[in-house]
Design a protein around this ligand. Structure first.
Ligand code: SAM
Ligand code: SF4
Length: 471
């Protein structure tokens, strides 16, 4: 157990590069039966050990990969069912003092127009999002002295207090620079969902190359950034790696070691894992051909291995990815996606021909929220805007879904249906509304009494105008 916060570059961290390489080397060409045993363990909902993860990553026959994909699908159905949680990113400001080689917001990028939303603009953005039906946001900031913990807290407070008609934002997650313990406490005080920090790459030499200047050049300060969040009392944290900077298998191992570190130190792992791939960004040459570009096939593999390795952690798939790939990857164990996203500062409420120059990168999926919901319904998913756990003080929703027998049936499915019904009544196009109502009925038929009647009551309440019905 660490009694101090490691933040100096030369100290040993929980990422042991040599050992990761050794594990990846040692488990080359794994035997079929060994792989099957690991898949069995995973389907029994146990977290895999690094050695086992390295074994899965080293599979090289198509037949064995098909077994891995099948196991990931099975595990997703078994643990999470057919719900998909929806959210939207909200970019607050793109000013930044770091120089991350892959990011459109980096300080040396002369092609980006710098912008931070003022209160009026922020309210307009929130209203635009609420008017589409959003309930869950992730707010995104560059790293800049302007974006102090007080500023972040004030921003979140204003978001919660901006209402429109029947709508409001009920959960705000945060993706911002790593903070001090004191800073996290200030942010926590206004009520946040998950605090996300992506390590970008767990490979130190690559990290140094990609982050030449600014506070982000300190690998260990970032690596232990979520430890400080936990110490400050934020027990809902999200980790991630930016795929394309270094070897994808190494990064998956890094994510697993990060998970194990948090589990061992705080008794709880990350709430979510994100696995963005580098997308093209204005004035950012490295994004045209990333050094370790991950192709679609390998992307699917990494998602499946993550699903199987950490069965109780939510997986987030963003709109960086193109529509077709999103459809496929969804089945492999993703639990949250963003939809109707726009990633320019001010881009939900304004139409600005220059918006690309205020955006961090270019999105692969530009469908509207309603289009995404319609398609999810057609594929028999239940789109969910549920925020019930967070608001009832039940933190770590994904963990509870996994760990508490009957939790999904008692809470998640009903709350998903309630929030879907709210969306259908308040925001959906008639095509989506008609299909959604049929899906709600179908789902209700699957639920035994007396629960079915209780949920039916909730649905009826929403139909006659009550809002924010939840278990
Ligand atoms: N500035 C903060 C930071 O760097 O942690 C938080 C916001 S940053 C805009 C959010 C994430 O965007 C980064 O952690 C990185 O993984 C991702 N990102 C940066 N450039 C990207 C690109 N070109 N394509 C895809 N994702 C990118
Ligand atoms: Fe700044 Fe974050 Fe972009 Fe790096 S990734 S340049 S810290 S906004």
């Amino acid at each position: 157990m660490y009694i101090f916060i490691k933040e100096k570059e030369d100290e040993k961290t929980f990422i042991d590069e040599e050992n990761i390489f050794k594990l990846l080397e040692k488990n080359k060409n794994p035997d079929k039966n060994k792989v099957r045993d690991i898949l069995q363990k995973s389907i029994a909902k146990q977290r895999l050990e690094p050695n086992e993860v390295a074994t899965l990553l080293n599979v090289n026959s198509k037949e064995q990969w098909d077994e891995i994909f099948e196991a990931a699908r099975l595990l997703k159905e078994k643990v999470y069912g057919n719900r998909i949680v929806l959210f939207a990113p909200l970019y607050i400001g793109n000013e930044c003092i770091n120089d991350c080689e892959y990011c459109g917001f980096r300080i040396s990028n002369k092609y980006v127009i710098r912008k931070t939303l003022n209160s009026e603009e922020l309210k307009n953005e929130v209203k635009a999002l609420v008017s589409k039906g959003h309930k869950r946001l992730i707010v995104v900031f560059g790293e800049h002295p302007k974006y102090s913990p007080e500023f972040i807290a004030k921003t979140i407070d204003l978001i919660y207090n901006t209402k429109l008609g029947n709508g409001e934002i009920r959960r705000v997650n945060v993706n911002a620079a790593p903070q001090t313990v004191e800073g996290y406490k200030i942010i926590k005080s206004v009520g946040i969902g998950t605090f996300q920090i992506f390590q970008e790459t767990y490979h130190l030499p690559t990290y140094r190359k990609m982050h030449p200047k600014g506070p982000k050049s300190n690998f260990a300060w970032r690596l232990y950034g979520l430890d400080r969040a936990m110490i400050a009392g934020i027990d809902d944290v999200g980790i991630g790696a930016l795929f394309g900077l270094y070897n994808w298998k190494f990064e998956v191992m890094g994510l697993i070691y990060h998970t194990i570190h948090l589990e061992e130190r705080f008794g709880v792992g990350p709430h979510t894992i994100s696995f963005p791939r580098i997308e093209p960004a204005v004035g950012t040459p490295i994004t045209q051909i990333p050094p370790y570009q991950v192709n679609d096939e390998d992307f699917k593999k990494l998602v499946a291995v993550l699903r199987l390795s950490v069965p109780y952690t939510g997986l987030i798939l963003t709109a960086r990815e193109p529509v077709n790939l999103r459809r496929e990857v969804l089945k492999l164990g993703v639990s949250q996606i963003d939809a109707g996203s726009s990633i320019g500062v001010g881009s939900y409420s304004e139409t600005d021909p220059e918006i690309i120059k205020k955006s961090q990168f270019i999105l692969g999926d530009t469908r509207t929220l309603d289009e995404v919901i319609y398609e999810l319904l057609k594929e028999n998913y239940i789109p969910s805007f549920c925020t019930a756990c967070y608001r009832a003080g039940r933190t770590g929703e994904h963990f509870m879904e996994f760990a508490i027998p009957g939790f999904v049936k008692r809470f998640c499915t009903p709350n998903a249906l309630f929030t879907l019904n709210e969306y259908l009544n308040d925001y959906a196009t008639s095509k989506t509304k008609n299909l959604g109502k049929v899906i709600i009925e179908k789902e209700l038929e699957k639920i035994p009494e007396p629960q079915k009647s209780a949920i039916f009551e909730g649905i009826k309440k929403i139909d006659i105008g009550e809002r924010d019905v939840r278990f």
